[in-house]
Design a binder for this molecule. Structure first.
Ligand SMILES: Nc1ncnc2c1ncn2[C@@H]1O[C@H](COP(=O)(O)OP(=O)(O)O)[C@@H](O)[C@H]1O
Ligand SMILES: [Mg+2]
Length: 216
């Protein structure tokens, strides 16, 4: 099998022209929740890859063709504002969807819980011929949209990733994301910082950034 991409948690192999295997590394186990949510989102018309099969350690998914939004930012920095607004729009569209009762709550409830991705950063959006498609639903849950936007802001703000360096205008990107979506992340930023600090995949520089922003 040809390894075509690696994230911080999963390896992605091409099976053929139209399918990939996304497999958790280490002891990662595939939950039933992630494919169930992806199928639900597809039914709601939200752009996600089709799930063909679920195994103990991964999923067979529709193979998406195109760069990630992160790659597009690195290659076409002049598209930064448009891409940021696109990411904000993807958050907004998701937050129109009421959380199904079986989706566990991840952040404080508002009494009107919505579907939250909770890791919607430019590396988790693939720009395909049918428009942007959102991948990597392993952190998803139900709750307050402000928490989802806060996670995006904190992730993009702290990320030590080529293509998101300060010279590409991280501040501009953050403003464009927020400009593109309705929910104000402010009330949930501290919770998002604490949640990110608990992420085992953090790089030292990211943890340092987050600790500087954690309330004392
Ligand atoms: N369905 C897919 N089709 C094509 N490439 C994919 C697909 N899903 C993931 N990838 C590639 O694999 C990378 C890692 O996948 P992702 O689901 O984000 O795993 P991780 O949790 O490790 O970040 C993505 O950034 C993307 O480049
Ligand atoms: Mg990812």
């Amino acid at each position: 099998m040809e390894l075509i991409a690696q994230g911080r948690e999963a390896d992605v192999f091409a099976l053929d022209e139209s399918r990939v295997l996304r497999r958790y590394r280490h002891d990662g186990r595939q939950t039933d929740l992630e494919p169930r949510l992806m199928a639900h989102l597809a039914e709601c018309g939200y752009p996600v890859p089709k799930v063909y099969e679920v195994t103990d350690t991964g999923m067979v998914l529709e193979r998406l063709t195109g760069p990630t939004m992160l790659e597009a930012l690195a290659q076409h920095p002049w598209r930064l504002r448009d891409l940021g607004r696109m990411l904000g729009g993807l958050l907004d569209r998701l937050h129109l969807l009421s959380a199904p009762a079986w989706l566990p709550q991840r952040f404080g409830t508002t009494g009107d819980d919505r579907v939250l991705h909770l890791d919607l950063h430019p590396g988790n959006v693939i720009l395909t011929g049918r428009g942007p498609v959102v991948i990597d639903w392993s952190n998803a849950g139900a709750g307050d949209p402000a928490a989802d936007v806060a996670m995006t802001m904190v992730t993009v703000g702290s990320a030590d990733v080529p293509g998101l360096a300060a010279r590409l205008g991280r501040g501009l990107l953050l403003r464009a994301i927020q400009g593109g979506c309705g929910a104000d992340p402010t009330p949930r930023v501290q919770e998002a910082v604490q949640a990110k600090l608990a992420d085992p995949n953090l790089i030292t520089t990211e943890a340092a950034w987050l600790r500087r922003r954690a309330a004392v």
